[in-house]
Design a protein around this ligand. Structure first.
Ligand SMILES: Cc1cc2nc3c(=O)[nH]c(=O)nc-3n(C[C@H](O)[C@H](O)[C@H](O)COP(=O)(O)OP(=O)(O)OC[C@H]3O[C@@H](n4cnc5c(N)ncnc54)[C@H](O)[C@@H]3O)c2cc1C
Ligand SMILES: *[C@@H]1O[C@H](CO)[C@@H](O)[C@H](O)[C@H]1NC(C)=O
Length: 385
């Protein structure tokens, strides 16, 4: 058994950021990662054309800003180079191929007991003991697919956005994209570029902006109130796009930044999708999927159409509760923080979570700093520091 002050589970941006902040406070930690590399979500589970949607000043990890020479909007490649430099700079050495299967709080010892499977060495189980445990396994750990009647008997291909790479293999195919968040909208666009015939389900109102306009909004938020910024950028977007309701796209009555704060849901960044919708390369289906019958998808109001492929861009869920037995000290039953923002990151019994506040890399950074600061404070009080 290995004993250490802090165990971090997950070597994505959240785990790496927390590691760096702990290291700066000379707090010993171990970071356990199930995959064989850091930031595996970005390296392995994103579509090829994905780039950062937010400007670089909102996408850096603590104590290592992007240089002035970096482009405002980083490509996936640039971002991964940044991650590699980060790992090197803070001398982070994740223990790779360690799938954490269980973490329990021992009331007598006042310690966390963590069990990880070493997937390289004949599935050996390793045990760690720590005073503090940081959940950094991400909001995106498992793809979520809704339970549509008849889905099991669909005769075409079904794929979650997490496994979508690029549209080349879907040329001339009728593809239905379910879900109109950032992934769904971008995948529909990608498909249209590769000669597929994509349709996208957009049934609820959605905010769509160019990334430049969102950047301007985020900058304005530091000196103007949310409602004003919302009104301004919505007006500018409407001037830009014209009336989108004839294409089946309606805007929510509440503003984009207000909704982000309230629900955690982000506005959609337009990467070219709107133009493709306007010129008919992407069709909008403004009704929800009711059921599936062999090759046919039946929508509300009895509209139906045959498809070769269905892409579910219906989001993700946190599955921290499946390995973290005593999750109730920090999370609720859905694997998300039980305390609301800004007090979400701290649980009881030395349990913390980083990167579960639905605030992207910006939130990741804030969580990591708050957690390291808190652990440092507690250790100094106890005389361990
Ligand atoms: C397509 C897409 C685009 C995005 N674009 C942006 C953007 O432009 N800007 C932005 O700010 N955010 C964006 N995000 C949000 C994204 O979630 C964050 O950028 C970031 O990856 C979150 O980091 P994380 O470390 O919390 O989670 P992750 O990156 O998911 O890392 C979690 C890590 O934990 C590991 N893990 C999980 N379970 C276990 C276990 N049981 N044992 C051991 N290890 C485990 C995983 O293998 C993974 O490496 C995007 C997300 C997606 C899916
Ligand atoms: C769990 O917490 C998340 C946010 O932290 C919240 O959105 C969700 O509604 C909560 N779920 C339950 C079942 O309490």
């Amino acid at each position: 058994m290995e004993k250490v002050a802090v165990v971090i589970v997950g070597a994505g941006p959240s785990g790496l950021a927390t590691s760096a902040c702990l290291a700066l406070n000379s707090i010993p930690y171990i970071i356990l990662e199930k995959d064989d590399c850091s930031a595996s979500l970005w390296r392995k589970n994103t579509y090829d054309r994905v780039n950062l949607h937010l400007a670089k000043e909102f996408c850096s990890l603590p104590h290592f800003p992007h240089p002035p020479t970096a482009p405002t909007f980083l490509s996936k490649k640039c971002f991964l180079e940044y991650i590699d430099k980060y790992v090197e700079k803070f001398n982070i050495n994740p223990q790779y191929c360690r799938l954490v299967e269980s973490a329990i709080y021992d009331e007598d010892e006042k310690k966390w007991r963590i069990e990880a499977k070493n997937t390289q060495e004949e599935e050996k189980i390793e045990v760690y003991e720590s005073e503090f445990l940081v959940i950094a396994t991400g909001e995106n750990s498992e793809g979520f697919i809704p339970n549509v009647p008849g889905l099991d008997e669909f005769e075409g291909e079904i794929i979650h956005s997490k496994h979508y790479k690029m549209g080349s293999k879907y040329e001339n195919k009728d593809v239905l994209v379910v879900g109109c968040g950032n992934s769904g909208m971008e995948i529909a666009y990608d498909l249209s570029n590769y000669g597929a015939c994509p349709s996208i389900v957009i049934r609820s109102p959605v905010h769509i902006f160019s990334k430049e306009l969102i950047h301007r909004g985020m900058t304005m938020l530091s000196y103007l109130p949310v409602h004003l910024v919302d009104a301004l950028i919505t007006l500018l977007a409407e001037l830009d796009y014209g009336d989108l309701s004839k294409y089946g796209i309606r805007r929510p009555t509440k503003g984009p930044f207000y909704l982000k704060e309230l629900t955690g849901r982000s506005a959609v960044i337009d990467v070219g999708t709107i133009k493709a919708i306007k010129n008919g390369k992407i069709k909008v289906v403004p009704a929800e999927v009711v059921r599936i019958n062999k090759k046919t998808v039946i929508f509300k109001d009895n509209f139906e159409k045959e498809f070769d492929v269905i892409v579910f861009a219906t989001g993700y869920k946190s599955i921290a509760n499946s390995w973290l037995k005593d999750y109730m000290y920090c999370l609720n039953d859905t694997g998300m923080p039980k305390n609301s923002v800004p007090n979400h990151w701290k649980g009881e019994k030395g349990l913390y979570c980083a990167g579960l506040s639905r605030r992207g890399l910006f939130g990741v950074s804030m969580d990591a700093e708050a957690i390291a600061h808190d652990i440092n404070k507690i250790r100094l009080c106890l005389g361990d520091g």
